[in-house]
Design a protein around this ligand. Structure first.
Ligand code: SER
Length: 564
């Protein structure tokens, strides 16, 4: 069974169990400032896991593209990937363990035809926070699964990925000793004091790794040999004139290149450009690391040649149709880095001549002057048996404050939004802001081009061709404050995207919406398609103030604003 067939069968199966398919969301999470990327299928549905009703109901299914960056350094083995696809199904306070495990078992044995004897299971063994999950183990036993192990939090617990929020024990499903599916039973809510309280709404959140499952279904023990990677590997073999799996170091280099190029293409396709900030910096690191490994394999051709097969493997992704532009951006970053790569490598040699250690200052210099991301220098150090310290490098980095605060605050990790009150308020006021801008600037085409909300401030990017005048900024601010003072009610309605469009709601009307959407109305002033969460009345908001209005990119302005 191939990738496309697996996805189709999974979606069809869960639809037959009354699940509604939700769209494959962008890699850049909307309304979740705690993470840089969508790291699991549950990200786009965080508000619904926290109790908000979903317009499609209580049973959802999808295929979700994901990026995980916390273990970029681990990529190189057979199973770690930066970009991967996850199949998932959810119960939002609907069915519970018996149905969830039953569905997984039925899908594996009846649809994928995996013999029961090849399946093994792990369940949560219990600790001071939560009891042993004998309930799940009993359900598996009733399905005549014999190989069941109990493990601790490290293995059989999921979330909260942030500091607080829904979490719970999980049961992991292994086929031939490889983990392919994780069923999470979100029955606890971790509070800021670290206590695990039983949650009001019990949810099911499952995730099945597509690459891994395709490997299993085709009797392969290496994801890079499946159709999700093989054409990329074949291209690397051709250009390097080196066979895959002959020499260990070359094989690792090939996997890293294949992985990083694929991830870079998908990030570029979601309109992120290489930069020194946030998602852009992750992208830059991936491209540069791949370029260095291409050099190691003596490949002279451009990285874009390696990227070609990605577009064929994933020809079901609309956003990859923009191939020419994506490849141009990839090549531009490659060219930029090639200008300093050689010089940086010489510098590294000089620093480490007759030495076994590279200092934090030297590592930082390679980063600052030659554009060497930390993990690239780490790779070089490892290859040359040189010691290097991440914390020393970070100390230097902090001194220079080159990276954004958020990046150093651990936003590379995945996480449920810390749904703080402050973030929610700023979210609501961002809706007022976009409507106010449309009115003050008399431009109905103004749309949100990006949003990032932290408990301290909101940041809104919107299309507009010029700098705002001081008067316009003041007027916008005043208009928002007038709405706040009016004590407008904030209401959530459900409708089809076409109805929403007819009634003039703000939204990007493309295929990314399902057949029902949530529309938030603030008094008679603002109407916007949004997943929430929001305050219930504008009187909760306080005083609105714009603190900065700058350019974000060509034709896009950026406003930072606070609530006092
Ligand atoms: N959220 C869980 C995971 O990432 C299940 O999808 O494994």
């Amino acid at each position: 069974m191939n990738r496309k067939q697996l996805i189709k069968k999974y979606i069809e199966f869960f639809k037959s169990k009354n699940h509604k398919e939700i769209p494959n969301a962008p890699l850049i999470p909307e309304n979740d400032p705690t993470v840089l990327f969508t790291t699991a299928g549950m990200h786009p549905i965080v508000p619904y896991l926290l109790g908000q009703p979903h317009a499609q109901g209580k049973r959802l299914v999808n295929i979700q593209k994901c990026i995980r960056t916390n273990d970029i350094e681990e990529v190189g083995d057979k199973t770690h990937h930066t970009f991967f696809e996850m199949l998932g199904n959810w119960s939002l306070g609907d069915y519970w363990k018996k149905e969830s495990i039953g569905y997984s078992f039925e899908f594996l044995t009846k649809i994928l035809k995996i013999p029961r004897s090849k399946i093994s299971i792990t369940c949560f063994k219990g600790d001071k926070d939560a009891k042993k999950d004998t309930e799940s183990a009993e359900i598996w036993k009733s399905l005549r699964i014999k190989n069941i192990k109990f493990l601790g939090k490290k293995d059989n617990w999921w979330g909260p990925a942030g500091k607080t929020g829904p979490c719970g024990p999980d049961t992991e499903i292994f086929v031939n000793k490889f983990e392919i599916w994780n069923n999470v039973f979100m029955q606890y809510n971790k509070d800021p004091k670290g206590r695990y309280n039983p949650s009001k709404q019990k949810n099911i959140d499952t995730g099945m790794g597509v690459e891994r499952t395709v490997a299993i279904l085709n009797n392969l023990n290496d994801d890079y040999l499946t159709e999700t990677f093989k054409p990329i590997i074949a291209q690397i073999e051709k250009l390097s004139k080196k066979p895959y799996e002959k020499n260990k170091q070359d094989t690792i280099a090939m996997r890293i290149i294949a992985d990083h190029v694929k991830a870079s293409i998908f990030i570029l396709a979601d309109e992120i450009e290489p930069s020194n900030l946030e998602q852009g910096y992750v992208l830059r690191r991936l491209i540069r690391r791949a370029v260095r490994y291409l050099k190691k394999l003596d490949i002279k051709e451009s990285i874009t040649k390696i990227a070609e097969p990605v577009f064929d493997i994933y020809n079901d992704y609309q956003e990859l149709k923009n191939k020419k532009q994506i490849l141009e951006k990839l090549e531009k970053e490659e060219q930029k880095f090639k200008l300093t790569l050689e010089k940086g490598l010489n510098k590294f040699k000089k620093f480490t001549k007759n030495k076994k250690i590279l200092s934090g200052k030297q590592t930082f210099l390679l980063y600052q002057s030659y554009g060497f991301p930390f993990e690239m220098t780490l790779d070089l150090a490892k290859e040359n048996k040189i010691k290097i310290s991440k914390s020393e490098f970070e100390k230097e980095l902090k001194k220079h404050q080159k990276l954004s605060k958020t990046a150093t605050q651990g936003r590379f990790k995945s996480g449920l939004a810390d749904d703080s009150n402050k973030t929610t308020k700023l979210h609501t006021v961002t809706h007022l802001l976009i409507t106010a801008l449309r009115k003050v600037l008399k431009d109905k085409k103004i749309m949100q081009k990006g949003s990032n909300i932290t408990p301290e401030r909101t940041r809104l990017d919107f299309n507009f061709p010029r700098k705002l005048t001081e008067k316009e900024v003041k007027e916008t601010e005043n208009l928002v404050n007038v709405q706040i003072k009016k004590c407008c009610e904030v209401k959530r309605l459900e409708m089809s995207p076409s109805e929403a469009k007819k009634t003039g709601a703000v939204g990007v009307f493309d295929k990314k919406y399902g057949n029902k959407v949530s529309v938030y109305c603030i008094g008679n002033f603002s109407k916007e398609i949004c997943a929430g969460p929001h305050v219930s009345n504008t009187k909760e908001l306080g005083k609105f103030k714009i603190i900065k209005e700058t350019s974000s990119s060509s034709g896009v302005r950026r406003i930072k604003a606070i609530l006092k």
